[in-house]
Design a binder for this molecule. Sequence first.
Ligand code: SF4
Ligand code: SF4
Length: 351
Amino acid sequence: MTNDLLILASNCKIITGHLKSILIDLQNQELLELSDWQFKLLKDISKLNKDEFIKKEIDFINSLIKKDVILKVPKQTLKYFKELNNEFENDSIINNSIVRINNSIVYYQDKLISNLNSVGCKFIEIRILDIMEKDILFEFLSRFKFTTIQSIDVFIPFNLNFTQCELINLQNKIFELRWIFIYSTPKNKLNNYNDKKLVNTLYLSHDINSKNCGVISSFYFAINIAMYTESLNNNTCLNCKISVDENGVVTNCPSIKENLGNLQFENLNEILLKKKTKKYWNITKDMINVCKDCEFRHICTDCRAFLEDPKDIYSKPLKCGYNPYTGVWEDWQTHPDKQNAIDYYGLRNSL
Ligand code: SF4
Ligand code: SF4
């Protein structure tokens, strides 16, 4: 090793939980579980005497240098390496929305879309609940052109009988479409149209019942700067999010039933002035029981709709089976501590 200093890249973070620590690489979206000696080595890497490193430490450091997780920096250039800005960068009042629709959307689609546009909404998930005329859906989706919406995911029931041709036509005309999910299908299947520069269609065998949401799993971890900084400052699911149902009723999400207002009679800006609308927005993982001791807290989404203790707004998400005090993932559905809450939310039949 040369005389250069070794530093941890500013977009790589060590997150320490009760039992374990992890290294997250926000640039390459990778996670590494650290052993005790690896944690001690990385924690003070710039202060350690490199001449005292033993072979396994040198090998470990070299493997991280290759990935740009550790940087070799001449001492005189150290001042140019800045810490990551921990502020969550967001230029929209509402970032994402979940909207349930049926044929009656024709009566207020202009108002809905202009309201979402006025708050800078970028991502929309559209859930079609029952039989809907394809022309009405197409007309609704085409109205997002020239709005702030950058990305549309749409959930279509299988019994709407969209043909491959119709799906491809939809994707060709609606540039904002990112994913199409066909739900309640006979079996799960992925249609990848990437070779045709089209979006993906995923066939899901399950329903999109609001009780199915909120499952916490390592599969859903998001290792990126937006998630990391949002987790430090805000709630990782509900911050800057709204949900609108087929009658125009606004809630925090489809599974949280508290009525915040109705878009058919109020503007979104008026609804956003109500204190209850932002009730969950600033609840961070560091405030939540158990999660605050979990090494995954800055890459994990947070569910406030289903809580282990429904009476405590700071309770751990019900649908998480991870125990940061033992480091073991267990099945949350059969865990004895969760049974009362499962009954409280009426989830028994949907397990
Ligand atoms: S709060 Fe829970 S149920 Fe609601 S959208 Fe987030 S994860 Fe899903
Ligand atoms: S304990 Fe909390 S932070 Fe950890 S995985 Fe579960 S929900 Fe996520």
